[in-house]
Design a protein around this ligand. Structure first.
Ligand code: GLN
Length: 485
């Protein structure tokens, strides 16, 4: 079998057992990338020479009988808002088009410490603001299941790369759904960790109180494997939580007997595509067949999540993006003007329309007189949402909901209507406001397009969410289906 078809775990096993070399695997992915990238456009850069050198190093270690890491020879695609030392990290923005970080993000260090190989940087919505990967300065990524449709966003390049077998693993970031949305649209598994589980050191901030880096893979096992590598305390991130490292692959395979699953009424209601509702309810029945106990749960306060999320996210973005001033970072306008003009003109020319819209709205929501009415009120809503989840978890072990209320839509269909795009995030943002972990996994197909369901778990119970996703995946009729490209 061609190595690019293998999962991460299989690859590292075969390399360790000398059935394959890391070089063979990397070459296989590079040629897959060469043949598909003209269509999919998942990557903004591919690290051709560097990856071959790293692969050869790993092969030498194996030959000498030295210990190799959990991700030995496994190619990992990394979203382009995660810093890679000496390798351009652009956030898919003109303002950072030529930014080369002098350091690696903690997650990248951890992947490399386990002998994983960063194969390239993936496309995304500019500064992770979007749900379709269409706001990228480099142009959109396409959905491998239907090239006329969006891959979701903002980690659309990461999800498309994994779905199209251009990498077995990828990293994304999730501020309001940016791992789960593209996982759902591209038919792969994506996990948003509990806030504080994965270090944000080296993640270029959009809305730092909401976001986490997390794994994407074609199967739950590989997703759990990558989470085990990147998770855990980091003193360089002040919001990192000090807990013992954990192997998330260990809870997989446990049966679901007696597990209490709450189906979130508010998220399967009005405005959700019928095909999505049907697939998620069928998923719930399947879980019941496997011994889970499903019941409907209502959390009415979730109807305030979307406006609260956008107010908080835009407010934080307006502050985080103030650092792009044409002086210290990134793009600077060429004209020799006074400082104030350089600042304004660099930002005007360097940021795309969606980023500017959010900076303006966020600045407004934080300004004197509006701060209490908008920003502070949104924080109060977030607290209420957190409390209502806490209450729900007194009744059930995990919650089930659609990841997205709709199927992957066509490129260009929504991009001129920001509000319509924001509305797509209605099912994903509550989890970020509450800081909870959630896994999106494929739960069905409609007219050849994947549908995702998410399992939401209590804080630091990623193991439970992954257990459900893994159990469902083993039983699913479409197990192992991949797009034909
Ligand atoms: N679509 C959401 C937004 O635009 C979420 C983005 C994200 O999670 N980075 O804010």
């Amino acid at each position: 079998m061609e190595p690019y078809k293998l999962g991460a775990w299989e690859i590292s096993q075969k390399i360790r057992n000398r059935e394959l070399t890391a070089r063979e695997c990397i070459v296989s992915f590079l040629s897959r990338i060469d043949s598909l990238e003209p269509k999919v456009k998942a990557y903004v850069s591919v690290l051709r020479e560097a990856v071959l050198k790293k692969a050869e190093k790993i092969d030498k270690k194996v030959k000498r009988g030295e210990r190799v890491g959990m991700l030995a020879g496994v190619a990992v695609a990394v979203k382009d808002n995660i810093c890679t030392k000496g390798v351009k990290t652009t956030c898919a923005s003109k303002i950072l088009e030529n930014f080369v970080p002098p350091y690696d993000a903690t997650v990248v260090e951890r992947i490399e410490a386990e002998d994983g190989i960063v194969i390239g940087k993936t496309n995304m919505d500019e500064f992770a603001m979007g749900s379709s990967t269409e706001t990228s300065y480099f142009g959109p990524t396409r959905n491998p299941w239907d090239l006329s449709r969006v891959p979701g966003g903002s980690s659309g390049g990461s999800a498309a790369a994994v779905s199209a077998q251009e990498a077995p693993l990828a990293l994304g970031s999730d501020t309001g759904g940016s791992i789960r949305c593209p996982a759902s649209f591209c038919g792969v598994v994506g996990l948003k960790p509990t806030y504080g589980l994965v270090s944000r050191y080296g993640l270029i901030a959009y809305a730092n109180s909401l976001e986490q880096i997390g794994p994407l893979a074609r199967g739950t096992y590989d997703c759990a494997l990558l989470l085990s590598v990147i998770g855990g305390y980091d003193e360089r991130d002040s919001t990192s939580v000090n807990r013992a490292p954990r192997d998330y692959t260990r809870s997989l395979g446990k049966d679901l007997r007696g597990l209490k699953v709450g189906v979130l009424r508010e998220l399967i209601g009005l405005g959700t595509d019928e095909a999505v509702v049907k697939a998620v309810l069928e998923c719930a029945s399947k879980l019941e067949e496997m011994g889970a106990l499903c019941q409907e749960i209502s959390l009415p306060v979730l109807s305030y999540a979307l406006p609260a999320y956008y107010l908080i996210a835009m407010s934080e973005a307006s502050s985080n993006l103030a650092r792009y001033d044409g002086v210290r970072y990134g793009y600077r306008t060429e004209v020799d003007l006074d400082w104030n003009q350089v600042f304004s003109k660099s930002r005007r020319e360097g940021f795309g329309a969606e980023v500017k819209r959010r900076i303006i709205l966020g600045t407004y929501a934080l300004s004197a007189g509006y701060y209490d009415r908008f920003f502070l009120k949104s924080l109060k809503v977030a607290t209420l949402i957190k409390r209502s989840f806490e209450k729900a978890f007194q009744q059930v072990d995990v919650l089930l909901a659609p990841t997205m209320p709709l199927l992957p839509f066509r490129l260009g269909e929504k991009i001129d209507n920001p509000l319509a795009l924001y509305m797509c995030d209605v099912d994903t943002v509550p989890v970020n406001l509450a800081g909870l972990p959630a896994v999106s996994f494929p739960c069905g197909f409609h007219q050849g397009l994947p549908i995702g369901a998410q399992v939401i778990a209590p804080p630091f119970r990623e193991d439970l969410a992954l257990q459900v996703s893994f159990a469902y995946e083993q039983a699913a009729a479409f197990k192992g289906r991949t797009p034909t490209l």
